[in-house]
Design a protein around this ligand. Structure first.
Ligand code: GLA
Length: 409
């Protein structure tokens, strides 16, 4: 709370009106931490996200677009459809001649783009992000069959995953900054998954531009869950065509090789000596183009190039601690993005499948490697690897996943 020092000479004698005003001011500040209260004129009250209609879904329901903004100029827009981050603006540095903020995520101007088929731009993927081999699994003795929407496999929650659902949004002012809380009730049997899952995502923007994504879920029956945030980053700006020149550090010594259908083979292979090596110790920073120019092992001919693999985060333990996962840098602008997480893995995906068939914000046509996704999560296809960290969630347990995006401009 702001402390206004009063000089003795101007000390005001307490009177009942002053007390009443003071009490109501203090209580409104306390309320601001847990309720969406509009702040008006109080410098120290964190701003509440503003909102505007974002359009109608095919079933007639309205989607809303929320803006999280902090005084330094950092700004994120998020829609309750798919819990999608539609833009993220980094403010200009003092020496930037353009003086303009830059939008560093791919996406669409209108809701329609997100309702149509698209590769999960900015979305929360669930109930189980990434792939499940053959779209089936056994849990508590029962076999479950899911949609096979990626060749023979299940990907990112199925045909109507969490990226295609309308979440319930609550904008909040918190002491860390403006936040948007989103909740989704995924009924028993949703896309073939068992149990009624209540999923929650909280996006928070701090005054220094830290963008925090906190995901959680509970269930009333044994189920599986692995949520992932799927923003497509291009630190040179969403319109700048390619991340080939971006430098990348991944805090991982091993990665998960995959078969011809992108399912992990079960091995944890060393990155050393491969084009997957983005370790922090490398003397010269690794640029993305090295990997983009190399066809990964096992990739069938014709596979678009670039990394699309899970990395094993160094020193991971199931202790809920945040660890460094990756650092991305655009050498042109000097902008960097560091990602921290409590998850065991990060899927690095260099937008290999973008093929100029999608027109995004400001009419920009997105081609191969126009961005990079840095998706923290549990290992893909973990349900088929009993010795890997488990994706199983039982009643009474809470799934938790935090990822922090730290920017320098
Ligand atoms: C993920 C996968 C990729 C691709 C994209 C969406 O990140 O790893 O193979 O399916 O999503 O296009």
């Amino acid at each position: 709370m702001i402390m206004v020092p009063l000089r003795e000479s101007v000390m005001i004698r307490p009177c009942s009106l002053c007390l009443a005003i003071a009490v109501s001011l203090v209580s409104s500040l306390i309320r601001a931490e847990d309720k969406p209260v509009q702040s008006k004129g109080l410098v120290d009250t964190p701003p509440v996200p503003s909102s505007r209609p974002f359009g109608k879904l095919p079933d007639g329901r309205e989607a809303t677009l929320y803006t999280l903004e902090v005084p330094g100029g950092w700004r994120a827009t998020i829609t309750d459809f798919g819990a999608i981050v539609t833009s993220f603006h980094v403010p200009p540095r003092e020496d930037d001649p353009t003086g303009k903020p830059v939008d560093v995520v791919l996406g669409f101007d209108l809701l329609d783009g997100y309702v149509a088929v698209h590769p999960y731009f900015g979305a929360i993927c669930g109930r189980c992000a990434n792939r499940i081999a053959r779209g089936e699994f056994v849990l508590a003795g029962k076999t479950y069959r899911l949609a096979t929407n990626n060749g023979p496999n299940h990907l990112h929650g199925g045909l109507k995953g969490f990226d295609k659902k309308l979440w319930k949004a609550t904008p909040k002012a918190t002491d860390r900054g403006p936040a948007l809380e989103l909740e989704l009730v995924s009924p028993d049997g949703d896309e073939g998954y068992p149990g009624r899952l209540v999923a929650k995502v909280v996006y928070t923007l701090t005054p220094s531009g830290e963008f925090i994504v906190e995901m959680s879920a509970t269930t009333d029956e044994p189920t599986i869950v692995n949520l992932a945030h799927h923003s497509y980053w291009n630190l040179a700006g969403q319109a700048s065509a390619s991340i080939k020149d971006h430098e990348l550090v991944v805090h991982a010594d091993r990665y998960l090789p995959v078969d011809a259908t992108s399912i992990p083979t079960g091995a944890f292979a060393p990155v050393e000596g491969t084009s997957f090596d983005f370790r922090p110790e490398r003397k010269t920073p690794s640029r993305c183009f090295r990997a983009i120019e190399t066809l990964p092992p096992n990739a069938p001919p014709g596979t678009p190039r670039g990394v699309d693999h899970a990395y094993v985060i160094r020193d991971w333990r199931p202790d809920g601690e945040l660890r460094r996962a990756a650092v991305l840098r655009d050498p042109g602008s000097g902008r960097t993005l560091e990602i921290l997480t409590d998850q065991p893995s990060i899927q690095v995906y260099m937008a290999n499948f973008l093929d100029r068939s999608l027109t995004g914000k400001d009419g920009v046509v997105y081609g191969p490697n126009a961005a990079i996704c840095l998706e923290t999560q549990n290992f893909p296809d973990s349900i088929h690897h009993p010795d890997w960290p488990s994706v199983r969630l039982d009643p009474g347990q809470t799934y938790r996943h935090t990822m922090v995006h730290r920017f320098t401009r």
